[in-house]
Write a protein that binds this ligand. Structure first.
Ligand code: SF4
Length: 338
């Protein structure tokens, strides 16, 4: 058996790779869609969690000076919410440049047609043109994703049901690599996780471009102001009109943040007009604040201690680079490049 054919599994724990696209400070959707799962998964898997700033650059390329401060905030936030930087590898994508070499290797064996069929590209083509992000970086996004996972030999990727199809493209690229070069890169498997989709404050999809997000660790008064902007059931135009909580995004947030007693209070109060929307939003702000005040303080401590944060980031990126370099060496051996 040659070195290129050696099995690549390096750790007794199954490896898991996941990342958050770096496009600003985190909002509550990042907690429910990713962070909450990471906190639960960190004990069972050998985890690589990244601030994926090269992906963020596809839309932030005109103002890249924002990217590094965002990276620092993302890493501080991840730690503040309970992901242990000693047990997990926390890294910044652009500080592991080996991923770009693997991206280029994968790009050459990815037919254009595979990318043209990706629904997120097809569906947002007009929007991309309008926002000046109809670019090669965005088009090749799934190839970089495949490289992100494979550079760490990620065997599991936590995804919601709606993202399983995206992962299938990564698997196809890896299969093609293994077929062409007799490699043994793991085909990443989806680890299905619960990822509730939260609407933005205006009821549309939560998006930076709509400025309708709810920051993850807002100060209490800012949190209250943002919650007050949430759209409610239009039937409750007046305080005395009864409403239907199922038609109101405030109630959708209550389901995530509030206990049974508060939920009953909302449902009964809304249907009987016993409470006003202001009372309902006040209770929601209180409950969100209760969950976020401790991480908020921890994040502030980290950002106020730049040396401590920098050393955590440096240690994580160094561990990530070590693994990435090992993988790249094996990849090149498979391809007979070295
Ligand atoms: S009372 Fe609450 S659930 Fe009902 S419409 Fe107002 S904000 Fe929504």
């Amino acid at each position: 058996m040659t070195a290129a054919n050696l099995p690549l599994k390096a750790s007794p724990k199954i490896r898991l790779m996941s990342g958050i696209r770096t496009s600003g400070t985190l909002h509550v959707g990042h907690y429910w869609g990713a962070l909450r799962n990471w906190i639960q998964l960190q004990d069972q898997y050998e985890c690589f969690f990244g601030s994926m700033d090269l992906h963020g650059m596809t839309t932030a390329y005109k103002d890249p000076g924002q990217i590094m401060p965002w990276n620092r905030e993302v890493i501080a936030e991840i730690i503040a919410w309970g992901v242990n930087p000693e047990k997990n590898v926390l890294f910044i994508q652009s500080l592991v440049p080996e991923v770009l070499e693997l991206f280029m290797i994968f790009a050459n064996l990815t037919p254009m047609g595979w990318l043209e069929r990706v629904p997120t590209w097809k569906d947002s083509e007009e929007e991309n043109k309008a926002s000046d992000t109809h670019n090669l970086g965005r088009f090749s996004y799934p190839v970089l994703q495949a490289a992100d996972i494979s550079i760490f030999l990620g065997a599991k990727v936590p995804v919601g049901q709606d993202q399983v199809a995206h992962l299938e493209l990564c698997r196809e690229i890896v299969r093609r690599f293994n077929h062409l070069y007799k490699g043994k890169l793991p085909e990443p498997q989806a680890l299905l996780t619960d990822t509730p989709v939260l609407p933005g404050l205006d009821g549309r999809k939560m998006s930076k471009s709509y400025n309708n997000g709810l920051g993850l660790t807002l100060e209490e008064k800012d949190l209250r102001k943002r919650v007050n902007l949430m759209v409610t059931d239009p039937a409750r135009a007046r305080r005395e009109n009864p409403g239907d909580p199922e038609k109101c995004s405030v109630y959708g947030f209550h389901k995530l943040y509030s206990g049974d007693e508060d939920l009953r209070w909302v449902v009964n109060g809304c249907r009987t007009a016993g409470i006003g929307c202001g009372d309902c939003k006040g209770k929601l702000s209180e409950n969100i604040n209760n969950l976020s005040k401790e991480p908020r303080e921890k994040k502030k401590d980290l950002l106020n201690n730049p040396m401590q944060l920098d050393s955590i980031i440096a240690a994580g990126c160094s561990r990530a680079r070590d693994e990435a370099q090992k993988t790249l060496k094996i990849v090149k051996q498979c391809m007979k490049l070295i």
